[in-house]
Design a protein around this ligand. Structure first.
Ligand code: CA
Length: 367
C-alpha cells in the first residue's frame, strides 16, 4: 500500500473511530480490523508438478483461485509449474529461504534434508488417506510435522492426497519373491529401498522418460500413480500386467508449505482463509483421484488386453517385513525419525484395528 492510499484509509478509520467514540465500544472493534483488511498481498507458489498436471497441478490453480475469491482479491497467488521459477525439487529451499512465499509438493521429496519428512507423505505399508488425515489432524502428526518444519522457517499444511496408488506395470508376472531378483523397476524413495532388499534394482527415472524406458527395456517395470494418470501415460500399450495394490504408497499426502515469516505477516483472517483452502484442496484432490481412477480402471479393462492382478499375499507380507526393517534402521540412526516413526506406528496399529472392524467386512464380504 502506498503512503497516499494509507493516509486515505487512515482518514476513513479515524472518522469511524470518532463516530464510534460517541456510540459504543462495538463500533471501535468493527472499525479497527478494516485498517488491516484492505492490504493486498501478491504471492508466488512454486510447485513440483508440471504446469497444469492433471488433478494436482490443476488443483494448485484451483487453490490459488479459492484463496483469491475468499479474500476478495486481497491475497493473490501466482502458481508456477515445476521449473518455471525454481527447479521442481527445490521448492522446500525456496520457501525456507523466503525466495518465494509458498510451494505445493510432497514432504518425501525433501527426504535428503531430513529422512523423517517421508512419514508425512506416505511410507510403504503405511496408512491410507483417511487414516493419514486422522493421524495428522488428531493423532499428533500435524504437531510433529510443524515442529520439524519450523527448524527450516516453514509452516506445513495438508493440501491434497493421491489416495492409494497402483503397484505398477510389469512385463513378467510376480508370483513369488524370486521374481523380484534382478528386476529393474522405477521405484523412488522408501519403496525403492524395499525393492532392493527383495533383490531388485530401484531405478530413478523422471516421469517424462518412463514410457520410453519401459518400451526400450531400460527398466522392466514401473510404478506411477493410479489408473487415471497411468492411462494418460499410455503404459497399457507397452506392459502386459498391471499389479495392485500400491503397497509403496497407500495414501500420499500432498503439502502446501509457507515461509513462516510470510505467513505470520498476514492478518489472521487471511491465515484462516489459507488454512480453509488447503483443507478444501486436501479433500477435493482426493475425491478427484478416486472418481477418475475408478473411471479409468474401467477404461483399461474395456479397451486393453492388460491383465490386472493382485500381488500374492505372501509376497506382500515379505515386502512389509523388509519395510519394517528399514524403518527400525532409520529410527535407530536419527532422533526425529525415531520420534515420528513411533507416533506413526502406534497410531497405525490402533486405527488399523478400528478400520478393519468398521470397514473391512464391507470390502471383503458384502460386494
Ligand atoms: Ca507413485
Amino acid at each position: 500500500m502506498d503512503r497516499k492510499e494509507f493516509l486515505k484509509k487512515g482518514a476513513i478509520v479515524g472518522a469511524l473511530t470518532t463516530l464510534g467514540a460517541s456510540c459504543t465500544k462495538i463500533d471501535n472493534s468493527i472499525a479497527a480490523p478494516s485498517i488491516i483488511s484492505q492490504r493486498h498481498y501478491k504471492w508466488k507458489m512454486v510447485t513440483t508438478w508440471a504446469p497444469n498436471f492433471p488433478v494436482v497441478g490443476e488443483g494448485c490453480n484451483r487453490l490459488a483461485q479459492w484463496i483469491k475469491e475468499m479474500s476478495d482479491g486481497r491475497l493473490d497467488i501466482r502458481v508456477y509449474g515445476g521449473g518455471e521459477l525454481v527447479p521442481p525439487l527445490e521448492g522446500f529451499e525456496a520457501v525456507s529461504s523466503g525466495a518465494v512465499e509458498m510451494s505445493h509438493g510432497a514432504s518425501y521429496y525433501w527426504a535428503g534434508i531430513q529422512p523423517a519428512f517421508q512419514f508425512f507423505t506416505s511410507i510403504p505399508f503405511g496408512m491410507n488417506a483417511q487414516q493419514m488425515n486422522a493421524w495428522l489432524d488428531f493423532g499428533g502428526g500435524k504437531e510433529l510435522w510443524a515442529q520439524l518444519y519450523e527448524k527450516y522457517n516453514i509452516r506445513p499444511f495438508m493440501a491434497g492426497n493421491t489416495g492409494v496408488q497402483m503397484g505398477g506395470w510389469f512385463n513378467r508376472k510376480i508370483e513369488s519373491m524370486a521374481d523380484f531378483k534382478g528386476l529393474k523397476m522405477r521405484m523412488p524413495g522408501l519403496g525403492g529401498k524395499v525393492l532392493q532388499k527383495a533383490g531388485g534394482t530401484a531405478v530413478l527415472s523422471p516421469g517424462s522418460e518412463l514410457y520410453t524406458n519401459l518400451e526400450r527395456g531400460v527398466i522392466d517395470a514401473t510404478e506411477w500413480i493410479g489408473p487415471y494418470h497411468d492411462y494418460l501415460k499410455g503404459f497399457h500399450q507397452i506392459a502386459k500386467y498391471y499389479y495392485y495394490p500400491g503397497w509403496h504408497e497407500p495414501g500420499s499426502v500432498l503439502e502446501v508449505i509457507i515461509n513462516k515469516r510470510s505467513y505470520e505477516s498476514l492478518p489472521k483472517d487471511l491465515q484462516a482463509i489459507i488454512e480453509a483452502a488447503c483443507y478444501r484442496s486436501n479433500q477435493t484432490m482426493l475425491s478427484e483421484f478416486e472418481a477418475k481412477n475408478n473411471q479409468y480402471l474401467k477404461k483399461i479393462r474395456a479397451e486393453t488386453d492388460v491383465e490386472i492382478l493382485p500381488f500374492p499375499s505372501d509376497v506382500l507380507r515379505q515386502l512389509k517385513l523388509y519395510a519394517e526393517e528399514i524403518y527400525e534402521d532409520m529410527a535407530s540412526q536419527d532422533e526425529w525419525s525415531n520420534k515420528v516413526y513411533h507416533s506413526f506406528k502406534s497410531f497405525k496399529k490402533d486405527i488399523t484395528e478400528w478400520s478393519y472392524i468398521a470397514e473391512g467386512k464391507f470390502y471383503s464380504d458384502i460386494q
